[in-house]
Write a protein that binds this ligand. Structure first.
Ligand SMILES: [Zn+2]
Length: 139
């Protein structure tokens, strides 16, 4: 790797390194090893999109844990267990046609009520019949 980046703050060379960092959500702290471009002259750090993704993924996992939510992988697993497409899940469980696409691609967070509903359906998929029996009576 012969690429050289100059620090935009002080003009010194920046070099690739992996350094300890912390991801913080509310009072919860997770230690990570953060790759990035670190300035040899000052405290400046530049993260590429892939570098930033490492911290982002840890942050998302931490928030899911702290808030008692579900990860996008868990949401997809439960939806598939219920034999619902993303569109069907949004129509039958609520949230609208694009809700599950958004949860599962990480665009939006599942709410706690939806996370709880999915947990209950994961535990007892037959309860979907109760929801179906009380579906809204409009197209
Ligand atoms: Zn610098």
């Amino acid at each position: 790797m012969s690429e050289i980046i100059k620090c935009h703050a002080c003009g010194a060379d920046m070099s690739r390194d992996v350094r300890p960092d912390e991801v913080i959500y509310k009072a919860h702290i997770v230690s990570i090893e953060q790759p990035g471009w670190y300035c040899e002259g000052c405290d400046e750090v530049v993260l590429s999109a892939e570098d930033a993704q490492i911290a982002d993924e840890v942050f998302i996992r931490l928030r899911v844990e702290v808030e008692g939510l579900l990860s996008r992988q868990e949401i997809a697993r439960i939806r598939e267990k219920l034999n619902l497409s993303q569109r069907q899940a949004g129509a039958e469980l609520g949230g609208g046609p694009r809700a599950f696409y958004k949860y599962e691609s990480g665009i939006s967070w599942v709410s706690r009520p939806m996370a709880n509903l999915l947990r209950l359906l994961d535990h007892d998929p037959s309860a979907l019949e109760i929801i179906r029996a009380n579906a809204p009576r409009h197209p």
